[in-house]
Design a protein around this ligand. Structure first.
Ligand code: CP
Length: 365
């Protein structure tokens, strides 16, 4: 498909055009933004993740899983630090029998010699069947996808974090975790989700907010510093989908007044890597201000079943005392990252229906 990069980018803002650009044969092919998933597809992805999780514990199921993507080769191209995302993508591929290669220092690749994104990804498409990308540039994954879609040997691109903009697979694992947490409470529909932190620069928080709009009438509350509030694009999208949204400047007073109404709290760190000059050399100076710390004593302001989440890594904003709280699910989120990323690979390569069917036949789904 021959279109300019500008046309590609503009097209992503329109729901119908986005679908044409990012899917092939009804399957997500380029996984770049949260908005590209419908609620039905989210439910299906979550079911696939559960099927994979249960098959992996089953003797025959595990062998079957390992055969689903045997021979598929995945390039993980990470130009920013990562522990969870990089390792969970590798573990996810491993669960399905795909092989992976990780490039985490792109100064060792020909990008360092000035090679363009277009030439680099085109080269990688000669050796790999999909590329997973993390990059500080908001548009890296978009440009890689656009470049590949115009070649004879296009391969899928899955974003593993794009600049300050989106962290789509993080939001998928967050939705999977929320869905599980609210299983006995009517699902995500109608729930009040509080997102705390540096929203303007936090791609995980932004992607989750976009994804929550896919459910019926959840309410989104933000607590953030006036300089880092959600941008107009995000707020406009949330409101256009009929969701109620409120922004508060400080956590303590907000929770004192409204804490018992909150069903889930999503805590994020201050994104200081985007400050002028980047991260300080002395990492002990990192952390967020008092107004954005979920202090241990705030447990009195929320219900015991309030779900506590964080994409990690954390600094000072979510003290360890919260691990005693019944709704604390942060370590479950980490584990879910592997299952949902395996589900994403399965969906992209068209193995998801077979996986769900196998799990159903074995009585696991
Ligand atoms: N949540 C997340 O993206 O963590 P990493 O930066 O360690 O991948």
């Amino acid at each position: 498909m021959k279109i300019t990069f500008e046309e590609f980018k503009t097209g992503l803002a329109d729901r119908k055009r986005r679908r044409q650009l990012l899917t092939r044969d009804g399957r997500h092919y380029f996984v770049l933004v949260s908005q590209q998933f419908s609620q039905e597809e989210l439910e299906q992805l979550c079911d696939t993740a559960t099927a994979i999780r249960r098959l992996d514990r089953h003797l025959d199921g595990r062998d079957f899983l390992r055969s689903t993507l045997r021979g598929v080769r995945i390039m993980n191209l990470f130009a920013q630090p990562s522990t969870r995302t990089a390792e969970s993508f590798i573990a996810a591929a491993d669960k399905l029998g795909a092989s992976t290669r990780l490039v985490s220092d792109i100064s060792t690749s020909s990008f360092a010699k000035g090679e363009t994104i277009e030439d680099s990804v085109r080269t990688l498409s000669s050796f790999f069947d999909a590329i997973v990308t993390r990059h500080p540039d908001d548009e890296f994954g978009l440009r890689a996808s656009w470049a590949l879609m115009q070649t004879q040997r296009s391969i899928p691109v899955i974003s593993a974090g794009s600049g300050k903009s989106q962290h789509v697979t993080q939001s998928l694992l967050d939705i999977y975790t929320l869905r599980y947490s609210f299983l006995q409470r009517g699902g995500i529909h109608g729930k009040t989700v509080l997102i705390i932190g540096d929203i303007a620069r936090n791609r995980a928080a932004r992607s989750l907010a976009y994804l929550l709009t896919k459910f019926q009438q959840p309410r989104i509350l933000f607590v953030s510093h006036k300089d880092f509030q959600p941008d107009d694009d995000l707020l406009g999208y949330i409101r256009a989908h009929g969701l109620e949204v409120d922004i508060y400047p400080a956590l303590g007073p907000m929770l004192r007044s409204h804490g018992k109404q909150v069903d889930a709290i999503y805590v994020t760190r201050s994104q200081q890597e985007w400050d002028p000059g980047g991260l300080p050399r002395d990492t002990s100076t990192l952390g967020t201000g008092e107004d954005f710390i979920l202090r241990p004593e705030y447990r009195d302001y929320v219900r015991p079943d309030c779900v506590i989440m964080h994409p990690l890594p954390r600094v000072n904003e979510l003290p360890v005392e919260w691990e005693e709280h019944p709704g604390f699910v942060v370590w479950r989120q980490v584990r879910n990252g592997m299952w949902i990323r395996a589900a994403v690979f399965a969906a992209v390569f068209g193995a998801d229906l077979e996986i769900r069917n196998r799990a159903t036949r074995l009585g696991l789904l």
